[in-house]
Ligand binder design. Structure first.
Ligand code: DC
Length: 224
């Protein structure tokens, strides 16, 4: 069997999708594309311009007109890639708490999803890609050669986010992070357009029971 060319990895926030995707893309020499950064870039742009996040028309207009570029990392500061919005490097801005708090409602807008998903699809169809998101196997690239759905409990995912923040020297409250994870899960999985769910033909892995190395070994074995 040939190595799958289009690999889709979906799952909820902090389930380990990016870690897996990055490692897999490195080992196969494929492009790694984390689609969540596009939703984050639109959210940051909306906040920066003082738009009301509730204003679907304005936010959608921004998603349709903004120039979002994802490029190979230009700095060794822990980033997976550069994220540019209209030519400005906003890589770390997309991780700010105000972006985190507003990205789920932005990504629930139909027009925003359509604008971003068509760009993602164009890139994905070139092949040799590991694309990570919520709807890659179901909507963006239903023809993907391999679909993985990586799941984990809300508690485990909140624990990981908490540890990540402390490791970067930040401060955090576990209870607040857990509440944030649950609230994003709720919005992401109940939205009307392309809700978070596993594709019928996805392989579901539970990262509560498997550590990062075990998840990687399983998926790599499926590829080769
Ligand atoms: O994976 P992440 O935390 O960077 O994603 C940020 C938000 O974008 C999250 O609320 C879900 C949404 N998202 C989405 O709806 N579809 C995708 N393909 C990727 C992310």
């Amino acid at each position: 069997m040939p190595i799958p060319s289009i690999i889709a990895i979906d799952g909820p926030a902090a389930s380990g999708k990016s870690t897996l995707g990055r490692r897999l893309a490195d080992s196969l020499s494929y492009l790694f594309f984390d689609t969540g950064v596009m939703y984050r870039a639109v959210t940051w742009g909306a906040l920066q311009r003082g738009l009301q996040i509730k204003d679907e028309t304005e936010v959608t207009n921004l998603a349709e007109t903004a120039q979002i570029d994802i490029r190979p990392a230009s700095k060794e500061d822990g980033r997976a890639c550069d994220v540019l919005l209209d030519g400005v490097d906003i890589t770390w801005e997309t991780r700010r708490p105000d972006v985190e708090a507003n990205v789920s409602p932005v990504s629930a807008y139909r027009g925003v999803r359509q604008a971003l998903a068509s760009q993602q699809r164009r890139i994905g169809l070139r092949g040799k890609v590991v694309m990570v998101g919520r709807d890659i196997g179901t909507v963006v690239l239903p023809e993907a050669d391999l679909k993985i759905y990586l799941d984990a409990s809300a508690e485990e995912r909140a624990r990981r986010r908490y540890a990540e923040i402390l490791q970067r020297g930040g401060q955090a409250d576990y209870g607040q992070i857990l509440a944030g994870v649950r609230s994003r899960d709720e919005i992401d999985s109940t939205r009307a357009f392309s809700p978070l769910r596993a594709a019928g033909d996805a392989i579901v892995l539970d990262s509560d029971k498997l550590n990062a190395d075990e998840v990687f070994s399983k998926v790599e074995a499926l590829c080769r």
